[in-house]
Design a protein around this ligand. Structure first.
Ligand code: XMP
Length: 430
């Protein structure tokens, strides 16, 4: 292994991630592991230079004190306990340490080297993936989102043609999005990529379905079915690559940390399709995933793209999806993104997109009455997507975008700007 490691044992404190980040900020790699890890498992992690036990009030679960295995105290690895009075660590602190205390522990007592960087991380992961997979094959659903793209790039580096990527185009992708996935992964990175154009199938299932939840269910369910069909066609695949990142694990709840919301990354594949998971990003935070993608040579646009919901443009073509309105969403979204990039807003605004409602309004084109759709522009800023405020877009930029949408997008005669914060509005309309 290239990197020294400080392990934080999860006793249920919500502050573990803060400590992990603080240690990584010192240039030393840090991972969070379950409190009941065995001495053997710890040894297998290699290069463990120190252990942090972070207590806090959450370490009492169902009236029971959460304890680490006593054998860990005898491994000769320096240990630091924080707010955990019962621990047998030589070094104990009552509260979260400041940078100096942490520095002292990491460098003086653990003698760790500041050798955590993306290059070393990637080399370590490549080695671990090769150990895990051997000469067998890994399947990956490659949506083109940040996480799946970075996992794909990492797996290509580690095992090349032993990775089989499946990209399902559900017909609700943004303009040129699927084409771009094929271009980057098949043409440039020479990935073994199966491209499935399931647009007709999805649009068929969604016909006349107006209820937002129903739409989401159909899109999610159909996605799993298409992926499953592709998986069944392939033979001799033992592993499933997953773009799980650290916040996914936290949100789904660990052995001790409480569940925030359920996470369905594995996506409900049937029981008889059993895969072992390969999750090389599961210890990374989102910004680190992006840095990892850049280091692996992925295009900047792919790695720094704004969030895009799984159901895609399907939840932005409001009500029952029709092809003409879906096209209007796709084209107006492309114009919005182009103009935001020109104005430098793509680097400033957290998320921006267009929606097309399922009603028409009266207008005039070429001296004749028209009855057409409207495009609503939404641009918001947020930290965690739980609350959001609108971006106060410059009037000239909005006018330029409006002019282009009215001139270039068919069936549209009106453009509006959504002024609503979250709450009470959500970021998406459906
Ligand atoms: P809302 O609309 O709930 O959205 O305020 C919060 C954030 O989540 C994104 N979003 C989704 N992301 N699958 C996803 O991966 C989904 O089904 C989904 N729905 C909403 C939304 O774009 C926003 O960033």
């Amino acid at each position: 292994m290239k990197q020294d490691l400080i392990v934080i044992l999860d006793l249920g404190s919500t502050k573990n991630t803060i400590i992990a980040r603080a240690i990584r900020d010192l240039g030393v790699y840090s991972e969070i592991h379950p409190h009941d890890i065995t001495a053997e498992e710890l040894k297998a992690l290699k290069n463990v230079k120190g252990i942090v036990l972070n207590g806090g009030e959450n370490r009492i679960v169902d009236g029971q004190e959460v304890e680490v295995r006593p054998e860990l105290y005898d491994m000769g690895i320096p240990m630091l306990s924080i707010d955990y009075p019962q621990s047998k660590c030589a070094k104990q602190l009552n509260s979260l340490p400041d940078e100096d205390a942490l520095k002292n522990f990491v460098f003086e007592e653990c003698k760790a080297e500041a050798n955590w960087n993306m290059k070393n991380f990637i080399e370590d992961q490549v080695e671990l993936i090769r150990q895990q997979v051997g000469d067998r094959k890994v399947l990956l659903a490659l949506s083109g989102g940040v996480d799946s793209s970075v996992v794909a790039a990492m797996l290509i580096k580690a095992i090349g043609q032993q990775l089989v990527c499946v990209h399902v185009n559900h017909g609700l992708m943004r303009k040129n999005e699927s084409e771009n996935v094929v271009k980057v992964f098949r043409d440039e990175l020479h990935a073994n990529l199966i491209y499935v154009d399931a647009s007709e199938r999805f649009l068929g299932k969604l016909e006349n379905v107006a209820d937002p939840e129903q739409k989401r269910k159909i899109i999610g369910g159909e996605f799993i079915r298409v992926f499953e069909e592709e998986a069944r066609k392939l033979e001799g695949i033992d592993f499933l690559g997953q773009g799980t990142i650290y916040p996914d694990i936290i949100e789904s709840g660990t052995k001790t940390a409480k569940m925030v919301k359920s996470h369905h990354n594995v996506g409900g594949l049937p029981e008889d399709l059993k895969f072992e998971l390969v999750e090389p990003l599961k210890q990374l935070f989102k910004d680190e995933v992006r840095a990892c993608g850049v280091e692996l040579g992925l295009p900047h646009d792919m790695v720094y793209r704004q969030p895009f919901p799984g159901p895609g443009l399907g939840v932005r073509c409001l009500g029952a999806i029709t092809r003409d309105r879906l096209e209007a969403v796709r084209e107006s979204d492309a114009i919005l993104r182009e103009e935001f990039a020109k104005a430098g807003l793509d680097k400033k605004v957290w998320q921006y997109f267009t929606v097309v409602p399922d009603f028409k309004s009266v207008g005039m084109k070429n001296n004749a009455r028209v009855f057409e759709y409207m495009v609503i522009i939404r641009a918001i800023n947020t930290v965690d997507a739980m609350t959001a405020s609108i971006e106060k877009v410059d009037w000239d930029v909005l006018e330029r975008i409006t002019k282009r949408i009215l001139a270039e997008v068919e069936n549209v005669n009106r453009v509006c700007y959504d002024m609503s914060p979250k709450p009470p509005a959500t970021i998406e309309f459906e």
